[in-house]
Design a protein around this ligand. Structure first.
Ligand SMILES: [Zn+2]
Length: 182
């Protein structure tokens, strides 16, 4: 099925026909899940780092929010200096670069908010970054379960116009069980 994630030993790939694929290491997924579950009253999040393979993205590590993050039950601002240091370390170690963002919702908002989309547009049109594809992960923390949403955001340029396309690649349980059946 085109919308089912595919699983390998170390990572999970999310894709949908016509959209870039996003591969995430199992260790990054596990970290995101744990950080989200440990913050069930206020939002949390961080940056995603990895490698680009043409239009596709491979995320190898996820940061935490940092000590100076500003968050409530309905908003989240990560600790910029902390995330910058995290990125510098990753880049030094493996050449992994900034390629996405993740954050959680602790109220029943099971999609990106208008504020989330505005932030995303700001990142994609920033000429300092020049992204082709950008990964966005949202974790919806409920009382009894956590749900993962994976989006691929693309900044598409052609002669006629430029547009930002956000595709939902996945919505469901965290596919981190080692015996995931696809
Ligand atoms: Zn949000």
């Amino acid at each position: 099925m085109e919308n089912s994630p595919t699983s390998s030993h170390n990572s999970i790939t999310f894709q949908r026909k016509g959209s870039p694929s996003i591969t995430i290491s199992r260790s990054a997924l596990r970290r995101i899940r744990e950080l989200s579950e440990n913050s069930d009253n206020v939002e949390t999040g961080g940056i995603l780092v990895g490698h680009e393979l043409e239009k596709n993205i491979e995320i190898v590590q996820a940061s935490d929010a940092g000590p100076n993050a500003d968050s409530s039950s309905s908003h989240f601002l990560r600790d910029t200096a902390h995330c910058r240091d995290f990125l510098a370390r990753c880049y030094n170690d493996t050449g992994a670069d900034y390629l996405g963002e993740w954050h959680s919702h602790v109220v029943a908002l099971r999609h990106l908010s208008p504020g989330d989309l505005n932030t995303l547009i700001g990142i994609l049109i920033d000429p300092d970054y020049d992204f082709v594809t950008f990964a966005v992960l949202l974790v919806v923390v409920g009382r009894k379960k956590v749900e993962l949403l994976v989006y691929a955001a693309e900044y598409v340029t052609n002669e006629a116009r430029r547009e930002i396309r956000v595709s939902e690649l996945y919505r469901g349980n965290f596919p981190d069980a080692p015996d995931l059946i696809v």
